[in-house]
Write a protein that binds this ligand. Structure first.
Ligand SMILES: [Zn+2]
Length: 264
């Protein structure tokens, strides 16, 4: 599933390509035909992201809400696009640019009140940290009430919005927090560190267009991370074995010596 940095990049790209233009909207697959007819020919005002959700705002129309889920994919074409595949839920085009969307979990029109409700249910997004004050304190507050492991809690989009499976493992490694620690037992100062690392790493992901958590410019995909999918490799810091387990139905990786368990 794309993590928050990719969604933020889609928002910016779609805003740059289609914003301020009258957009031809269609649903080749037909499953969004009514919504597409409602938007067709309207001017796109803005596109914004919160965590993994995208919101498209139009002149005199409802908001288009998209969540890619596990299988959703955008494809962008300049000039002549190929014919849409049968699964193309949505097609947006203006000024020689065409964007196809297939396989999203959500593609719907919603009222402003529903958009507000969705944003209200989501935790703070590290990519909006600059415009949203005291966010780390809000995360501390949310986690203080949760007994689930911190590795599961930071994947919960109502706690923090935007982290996926790669970032959660990397952020916990970089802050030295064992993923099995109950969320409410992680000291507030550590939660602040988790937040600050998330702000830094997702920001880097937006800038570089890929998830990189090690310093510098790693040559290969396998060199870009500390623990994610590295269970067969030694820890980059201590040389010890990387552990793998399951948490919130997804695999998670960590180093027992760099991320020691709390003494109980
Ligand atoms: Zn280690």
């Amino acid at each position: 599933m794309p993590e928050g940095h990719s969604i933020a990049r889609f928002a910016k790209r779609h805003r740059d390509l289609l914003g301020g233009r009258k957009v031809a909207v269609a649903s080749p697959q037909g499953r969004f035909a009514k919504g597409a007819a409602r938007l067709d020919g309207r001017k796109l005002l803005d596109v914004s992201a919160h965590g993994k959700h995208l919101f498209y705002h139009w002149q005199r129309a409802e908001t288009l809400h998209i969540h890619l889920g596990l299988y959703g994919k955008f494809r962008t074409f300049r000039d002549e696009p190929p014919p849409p595949t049968p699964g193309t839920r949505l097609s947006l085009s203006a000024d020689g640019v065409t964007i196809y969307l297939a396989g999203p979990t959500v593609c719907e029109l919603i009222m402003p009140s529903a958009e507000e409700a969705i944003r209200g249910r989501l935790g703070p997004d590290p990519l909006q940290a600059e415009t949203d004050g005291n966010t780390a304190d809000r995360v501390v507050e949310k986690l203080s009430r949760r007994s689930i492991p911190i590795g599961a809690a930071i994947l919960d989009q109502s706690v923090m919005a935007g982290l996926g499976n790669i970032y959660r493992a990397e952020v916990l490694f970089l802050t030295g927090v064992n993923p099995t620690t109950p969320a409410r037992d992680v000291p507030a100062a550590k939660i602040h560190e988790i937040w600050d690392r998330s702000v830094e790493l997702l920001g880097r992901g937006v800038a570089e267009g890929k998830i990189v958590t090690v310093p510098g410019r790693p040559a290969t995909r396998a060199d870009r991370v500390y623990v994610y999918q590295r269970e067969r490799h030694p820890c980059r810091r201590c040389g010890g074995a990387i552990s793998m387990g399951e948490m919130a139905n997804r695999n998670i990786w960590w180093c027992e010596s760099c991320q020691p368990r709390q003494a109980s």
